[in-house]
Design a protein around this ligand. Sequence first.
Ligand code: EPS
Length: 403
Amino acid sequence: MAPISFRTAGESHGRGLTTILEGIPAGLPLDMARDVDPELARRQGGHGRGRRMQIESDRAELLAGVRLGETLGSPISMLIWNRDWKNWTVAMNPVAPDPDENPKALRAMYLPRPGHADLVGVLKYGRRDTRDILERASARETAARVACAAVVKRLLSEFGIRVGSYVRSIGDVEAPDPDALPDDLNRAADASPVRTLDEEAARRMIEAIDRAKEEGDTLGGVFEVVVTGLPVGLGSYVSWDRKLDGRLAHAMMSIHAIKGVEIGLGFEGARRRGSRVHDPILRDAAAVRTGGFVRSSNGAGGLEGGITTGGPLVVRGAMKPISTLMKNRLPSVDLRDGSTRVGATERSDVCAVPAAAIVGEAMVALTVADAFLEKFGGDSLGELRRNFDGYLAYLSARGWGER
Ligand code: EPS
């Protein structure tokens, strides 16, 4: 069994989202207001979000797994209430409606939106009302993932491992490649309404979002997640399902609307010669986490053979534009009578790439923490630390002929 597992439940306009996170060792200090709620707030931000984010002010309540400010090693259960639920108590009620209920109050939707799970969902699950599908398929669910990841990030921070992200492009507006990433990546990115590092690009991205909004359209984009402070040796090449790059790709692709993933140079690497892709190996005895070796470039994005090199882990996600269109709605079919119509509209976002970057951080953090615990194990934070320190001691004690 993978050391870290989590499951979420909840519909977008149901009472709330709930989650169970398993595998966090005992003794990790955890304070929801300090460690979890700020992460939820980061996910709610970004220029281009819809009105829903003004209604919600996401906070996670702890139901289990933490006592007197420290984890117990037992499953951690959290709950995020949907404030919007009060507007949906009839349409999303778990109890069957009164026969004389006004059908309009049930807010059924019969016009599947191209690009959303609406059509494939009703076909697969034998439903007619696409609301039965879209409520769970909504990216609202990612709030629960971010809550789990906030706990995991707290754990990783104990070992000097940091997970950050920034936005590289929105629509056709691409920010220039940064020369070097700021030391505190999230502080720099969070200061921008589109979470990008270049002010001029930010201005053009905001303009593009505003234009898309006026035109009733939507925009996607590309974000990058970067993990620093990792030790060499997480993941493995020995079997296909243990390769960390494969596990990261799975985690990233599980995020709503993500249609592409790159690691390191990604697709660009396929255009270059090998001598301009691979990262020269240099000896540096002081670089303990990377095994006494460093690289003069990072085309591999911190992974060789599905194993961390200890260099920055670089994973990019490409998000397609959100499928709910306010104008230029695409052809669709009315599921009540098969007539030709256009896809439904419903309150939505114009662009959620800045938020998707936070969700990308979350999924990468959960995957990396899983690999970290797989390597170092431990039922308590103290045991995990002893195992980690023992590994670092082994790495620094290894000689290569110069001592
Ligand atoms: C989201 C909440 C949703 C949407 C968005 C993500 O709220 P509502 O549907 O009430 O406006 O803003 O979901 C989608 C874009 C989608 O297609 O489902 C959230 O909390 O992130």
